[in-house]
Design a protein around this ligand. Structure first.
Ligand code: UTP
Length: 301
């Protein structure tokens, strides 16, 4: 079996749900505490053994390139000031020369289109795709879990979602559920709640066969008028295994405001330098809410 060496990071989306914050700044640069989402995704890929990092970018995304490059002025200023902690935080951001590349998706036509844009950079080998806005807190990095469990075909990270939320996701038509591996006989992107074949939802981590490019090549528009990655799985099902991997960990949808807020709270709560102040803040909010709900009760009585 060929090793998974390359990862695609689709970062060409518009991030409209975070406007105005994302008017002049990429959604993938939004921070969870003090690190941008895209940095967590790159670190996760590196921990899974990825050697080549391919970013599919778009207009207004150049700060992502700058983030993973040297900033000589800043570095020398920090050195002069003896700020070694900050210097440490920057070390490791710059990867080996030639291991990172950026290409432009000229139009944000969908996730499937973004992945297809990188087709000439993937050879005859399975490759990973990571959506930075799916942020995963876990003991073992999610992609590492997947790469270790992968043996053939297309593998997607999955999680069970509440039935009322199925229309936000690609949903598996389950053939066999073995706990951490779910074998699918079909998949449907953003089905209406009453038509969803299950509540097993795909989230943004994939290990894919390069044959997917042949199907993405057709440029067919799916749900929301976008070229969907999910639709390209369908003609491959039956020919190759199509496996959902139930990773261990908690996923936050950082493409939504609620998800990003929850991720920030959870990460801050786990950090020694922030735990106390976060706890105090939550306690203060809790007191305010309790007082408020008492007032509401009194008023309503
Ligand atoms: P989303 O579906 O969340 O879309 O993309 P979006 O445009 O970023 O955000 P909203 O919905 O307008 O708020 C999931 C991932 O796929 C990338 C995004 O950058 C994000 O990392 N993507 C999406 C692309 O690279 N190109 C696209 O055409 C669409």
């Amino acid at each position: 079996m060929k090793k998974v060496r390359k990862a695609i990071f689709p970062v060409g989306g518009l991030g409209t749900r975070f406007l105005p914050a994302t008017k002049a700044m990429p959604k993938e640069m939004l921070p969870v505490v003090d690190k941008p989402l895209i940095q967590y995704a790159v670190e996760e890929a590196a921990a899974a053994g990825i050697e080549e990092f391919i970013f599919v970018t778009g207009r207004g995304k150049t700060s992502i390139e700058d983030h993973f490059d040297h900033s000589f002025e800043l570095e020398s200023m920090l050195k002069d000031r003896g700020n070694n902690n900050a210097l440490d935080d920057l070390s490791g951001l710059v990867r080996a020369p030639g291991s990172i590349c950026y290409l432009r998706q000229q139009e944000p036509l969908g996730l499937g289109h973004a992945v297809w844009c990188a087709r000439h950079l993937i050879n005859d080998e399975p490759f990973a795709v990571l959506s930075a806005d799916d942020f995963i807190l876990s003991d073992q990095p999610c992609l590492k879990q997947m790469v270790e469990a992968y043996d053939d075909g297309n593998m997607v990270a999955v999680t069970n979602v509440p039935q009322q939320n199925v229309s936000r996701y690609g949903i598996l038509d389950v053939d066999r559920d073995e706990g951490n591996k779910v074998w699918a006989k079909g998949v449907v992107e953003k089905p209406p709640v009453d038509k969803a074949p299950s509540n097993v939802a795909i989230i943004g981590r994939y290990v894919l066969l390069p044959e997917i490019f042949t199907h993405l090549e057709r440029q067919e528009r799916g749900a929301g008028g976008e070229i969907q990655l999910t639709d390209a799985f369908i003609p491959m099902i039956g020919k190759y295994p199509f496996v959902g991997y139930r990773f261990k960990g908690r996923r936050f949808d950082c493409g939504s405001k609620e998800g990003l807020l929850a991720a920030n709270l959870n990460v801050a709560f786990k950090r020694d330098d922030l735990k106390q102040s976060v706890t105090q803040e939550i306690q203060a909010l809790y007191d305010e809410i309790s007082e408020h709900s008492q007032n509401v009760k009194i008023k309503g009585a």
